[in-house]
Design a protein around this ligand. Structure first.
Ligand SMILES: Nc1ncnc2c1ncn2[C@@H]1O[C@H](COP(=O)(O)OP(=O)(O)O)[C@@H](O)[C@H]1O
Ligand SMILES: N[C@@H](CC(=O)OP(=O)(O)O)C(=O)O
Length: 566
């Protein structure tokens, strides 16, 4: 028999229906058929998401099943996660910070949140360093690696200061030490082992935090993402989340909530390889992606990422302290900004939020009342000129000139097929018929340094039909803004750069509509960003230009209490 679930209003958004069906499926039995009153998705869509759903868009047959309505109402009341709140390492650096974050979460009693946490402070870096040292230190010395001591000390001190039992992490700390001994014995650290190694950071922070919330009387349940359906590719250190993750995570979180409500505390950054079944990681900063994935899976109202800055800023505050918060961004702008090097967001994290059309709010856990940045699908761009300036350093650039005559077809195709064969991605491109300049992604999104050997191989292949100049230590300055006003942006930018005597070596304005990229020497990058920031954001330029939107200019505090803005 099919049970009809009727969710007036709620079922309008497919993710919400998906989440509720997942919940219903775990409550009423996995083989149950469901008929969704107002679902818009065709039946095969539902099946692809792993649910047994018989979908009817005509409501009549469905709504007549009175039996189901009370069950549906109960489910609706029961499955009300509203937001996902992600806290990064900088928000969780100590016991005091954990207390502050718990207080912050409890200050929103109207919300039923899912919490995503990164590792405490610099734990991921320390785990990586410990792993590298283990490779060469010899098994007997593995227990004495200084970074292991730092990790042990931080976590045990935090446990003590929060008044918790050391058993919450002592097993994991022992396991970690054994793992390092294993690495020392094997004298090698594969990408797979590296991922397993760094997973200890998130596994420990979430256990500590869940235990602390429970101690405060707020029922919480810890989850390892790799155990609740975060299924990824097997690209260790930089894995991609697969579609099956969404229904699996929704089903598990909703199912548990209905059996025994408790705030989920989920490890960020981690997943499970689809073939290997081993722990994978989503690339540095990957907890942002965990948060947006959960937001989409559960069809939540909002995704919040809590950092140590007042939102996305007009440039990296480490490059220029006068950076100011950007109040609104589109998913496209945020994705471009992250991809071109702004560390504040993981490059892939906007994808699930954009697919699910769920707003992302970037907030400061050290300054919780600051409005932060709201990222949505669209915003009024009519008054927008420049939003943010991003610097990506240590970029490799290639100038490739065909040795054949003008009119030779297939030149570009040949060039790009070489990059495809070698698995190297290209960032920016500028072309003419017989020449092409391009920049190479130095790290294939964080993980793999493009090593000299690979570069030599690229050049060797290209030299079969072109003259190639390899130009290293370049920087890409990305001007994120309204490309509809590109002439204005470029006029101003080139004015600034000309006055500084900087020669732009390449310019690329793609179809993205939000980004103009300029390539300069690494040695000039920082100064250029500072000068551009002054010109665009500090001298009244935006308000001078008719109708331009002026970003928030109030002074704000970052985590160290430093004032940026004026
Ligand atoms: N455009 C930018 N806006 C805000 N922060 C930026 C920007 N570019 C770089 N950052 C850096 O990103 C940091 C926050 O990102 P991250 O360290 O990943 O936070 P978390 O660990 O809390 O997730 C900030 O402290 C800042 O130094
Ligand atoms: N701990 C991981 C994942 C992460 O997202 O961290 P953070 O949120 O602190 O950037 C890292 O350092 O990469």
């Amino acid at each position: 028999m099919a049970v009809a679930l009727r969710f007036p209003g709620l079922a309008r958004e497919p993710p919400a229906v998906l989440a509720i069906c997942a919940a219903a499926s775990s409550k009423l039995g996995r083989d149950q058929d469901f008929v969704c009153a107002s679902a818009r998705l065709p039946a095969q869509c539902w099946r692809r998401r792993g649910l047994v759903v018989r979908c009817q868009t005509g409501a009549a047959a469905v709504l007549r099943n009175e039996e189901a309505t009370p069950a549906a109402a109960a489910l609706k009341a029961d499955t009300g996660f509203t937001v996902v709140m992600k806290f990064g390492g900088s928000s969780l650096a100590s016991a005091d910070r954990m207390k502050e974050v718990a207080d912050l979460i409890l200050s929103f009693p109207e919300e039923t949140p899912v919490i995503v946490l990164s590792a405490m402070g610099k734990t991921t870096n320390n785990l990586l360093l410990a792993g590298e040292k283990a490779v060469s230190c010899g098994a007997p010395k593995a227990s004495e690696i200084p970074e292991l001591a730092v990790i042990k000390d931080l976590h045990l001190r935090t446990i003590d200061e929060l008044g918790l039992d050391r058993s919450v992490v002592s097993g994991l700390l022992d396991e970690l030490e054994q793992l390092l001994k294993g690495v020392a014995m094997m004298k090698e650290l594969t990408h797979r082992t590296r991922d397993y190694l760094v997973s200890f950071g998130e596994c420990m922070s979430t256990r500590i935090f869940a235990a602390y919330l429970n101690k405060l009387g707020k029922k919480a349940r810890q989850y390892d993402a790799f155990d609740i359906g975060f299924i990824t590719t097997d690209d260790f250190t930089n894995a991609d989340i697969l579609e099956v993750t969404y229904p699996a995570v929704a089903k598990r979180l909703h199912g548990d909530w209905m059996d025994d409500p408790a705030i989920p505390i989920v490890t960020g950054f981690l997943g499970k390889g689809c073939k290997s079944c081993a722990v994978t990681t989503l690339g540095r900063g990957g907890s942002d992606l965990t948060a947006t994935t959960i937001g989409k899976a559960l069809g939540l109202r909002e995704i919040q990422v809590w950092k140590d800055v007042d939102g996305v800023l007009t440039c990296d505050p480490n490059i220029y302290a006068k950076a100011i918060p950007v109040p609104y961004l589109t998913f496209d702008e945020a994705a471009e900004l992250a991809y071109f090097g702004a560390q504040v967001l993981h490059p892939q994290s906007m994808r699930p939020a954009r697919d699910g059309d769920i707003p992302v709010r970037v907030k400061n856990s050290y300054n919780r009342h600051a409005p932060g940045t709201v990222i949505t699908k669209a915003r009024d761009m009519s008054k927008s000129i420049l939003t943010s300036i991003v610097l990506k350093s240590n970029v490799t650039m290639l100038d490739i000139v065909s040795t054949r005559m003008l009119g030779q077809y297939g030149f570009l195709a040949k060039v790009f097929s070489i990059f495809e064969d070698l698995g190297i991605s290209v960032d920016c491109v500028a072309t003419s018929e017989v020449s092409i300049s391009l920049t190479l992604d130095p790290s294939k999104l964080w993980s793999r340094e493009l090593i000299q050997q690979e570069l030599d191989h690229v050049v060797e292949e290209l030299e079969k039909f072109a003259v190639v100049h390899l130009l290293q230590r370049r920087s890409i300055i990305s001007l994120i803004g309204n490309v509809q006003r590109s002439s204005l942006i470029l006029e101003k930018a080139f004015n600034v750069l000309r006055r500084k005597g900087v020669n732009v070596q390449m310019i690329s304005q793609g179809a993205s509509k939000v980004n103009i990229s300029l390539v300069v020497n690494d040695s000039e990058g920082k100064e250029c960003v500072q000068a551009l920031h002054s010109a665009f954001f500090e001298n009244g330029f935006m308000s001078e230009v008719e109708g331009a939107d002026v970003p928030q200019n109030g002074a704000s505090l970052n985590s160290n209490g430093t004032i940026y803005g004026n």
